[in-house]
Design a binder for this molecule. Structure first.
Ligand code: 3HC
Length: 334
């Protein structure tokens, strides 16, 4: 069951002559920009790729609550605490929309969660890094939510209807998240020298992990070509990474902070910055489960699931009882 869900046959694009008439008609709909809806026919690879990507995305939203949730009790003011609390709650909502979108493809939320807990489904690499200081709340909002938006704005036009509609709402909320992060960075960067140093340190630690969020370079991306042909993805990983760097460098300059990359240069010819690639061996190590916080993050999710068993059992017992009562009333009325 796990293998069936996780392994996709999307790694190779099939030519029109290799497609069945149904597949050809499906591809033509995608090419015309039509949305695909849950009950409609779709190739198995399309369905599995969506379950993988949407499921991973949902897990990222939920696991992504942990590094920031860690700072709610230590926020420096009541206002900052209220804002952070709202943001972390938003991430739970994003996870729920996305699990619901995945469920329309015939997989249950419980199955997806089981795959996550068994280490058979991924979540974003970024959440395996620790948040050490309050400035990290700024860097996460600014860079992590900033990278998430860069990836997710195009996904509002993705070909699968429920995913596309979930992304519209998520992107609105992510913009608020990014602005609250940048606001923290402005306060820190314009504060005391010690506060500015904290902001710079947070940028130093989060810059390359944020670049990794877009996935491996295009030459190592297994799924991009087919996912783009199906308009599940709208851009390649490198295209979005470049756009993110071009957008973020002037924001760092405005803060008076230095991007930790001595190769960073404006390239007039390409109309964008040249920049250093992240350390890809670190990225592959993190997604293989060996990042600084992988075990802690997964452990926290498994514990939350186990601690919540009594509540789910209670809900189920009530639902079973209510349904038995409805059946009894229906029989009595006959
Ligand atoms: N973290 C973990 N795994 C990653 C990754 C990352 N940053 N980038 C790529 N991978 C994995 C892929 O899942 C794939 O592994 P798999 O075959 O076992 O699933 C492998 O690395 C090869 O990468 P590909 O480029 O071939 O994979 P994709 O075509 O799926 O592209 C992606 C990766 C760009 C992340 C794409 O899946 C995507 O756009 N996903 C939707 C967006 C998403 O998931 N965002 C999460 C960000 S966090 C967030 O939104 C929370 C917010 O609150 C900040």
């Amino acid at each position: 069951m796990y293998a069936q869900l996780v392994k996709t046959d999307s790694d190779r694009i099939r030519g029109a002559d290799e497609m069945s008439p149904e597949e050809r008609a499906f591809q033509e709909r995608i090419d015309r920009g039509e949305k695909i809806e849950p009950k409609e026919w779709m190739p198995e690879g399309y369905r599995k790729t969506l379950i993988r990507q949407i499921g991973q995305h949902a897990h990222s939203e939920i696991v992504g609550q942990l590094p920031e949730g860690n700072w709610i009790t230590r926020a420096p003011t009541l206002e900052r605490k209220a804002i952070l609390l709202a943001k972390v709650q938003d991430e739970a909502g994003h996870g729920l929309y996305l699990y619901c979108a995945a469920e329309t493809l015939g997989v249950s939320r419980d199955e997806l969660i089981e795959l996550l807990h068994a280490g058979k489904m991924k979540y974003s690499s970024i959440f395996n890094y620790p948040t050490l200081t309050w400035a990290d709340m700024g860097a996460v909002g600014w860079l992590v939510d900033g990278a998430a938006i860069m990836n997710q704005v195009p996904l509002q036009r993705t070909s699968y209807g429920p995913y596309s509609r979930a992304m519209i709402r998520i992107c609105k909320e992510e913009s608020f998240h990014q602005r609250q992060g940048y606001d923290i960075m402005m306060k820190m960067a314009r504060g005391t020298p010690a506060q500015k140093a904290m902001a710079q340190d947070a940028l130093n630690r989060f810059w390359y992990p944020a670049l990794m969020m877009f996935g491996p370079s295009d030459k190592d991306s297994v799924h991009s070509a087919q996912s783009m042909a199906w308009k599940i993805k709208m851009n390649t990983n490198d295209e979005l990474r470049q756009k993110f760097v071009d957008q973020t460098v002037p924001q760092a300059e405005y803060l008076g902070l230095t991007v930790p990359d001595e190769n960073l240069r404006w390239n007039e010819e390409k109309g964008g910055y040249d920049f250093s690639e992240p350390d890809w061996s670190e990225f592959f190590d993190v997604i293989a489960g060996n990042g600084p916080c992988n075990r802690e993050r997964l452990g926290a999710r498994v514990k939350a699931w186990e601690d919540g068993a009594w509540f789910r059992d209670g809900l189920k017992a009530y639902a079973d009882k209510a349904s038995a009562r409805r059946s009894a009333v229906a029989i009595a009325a006959e």
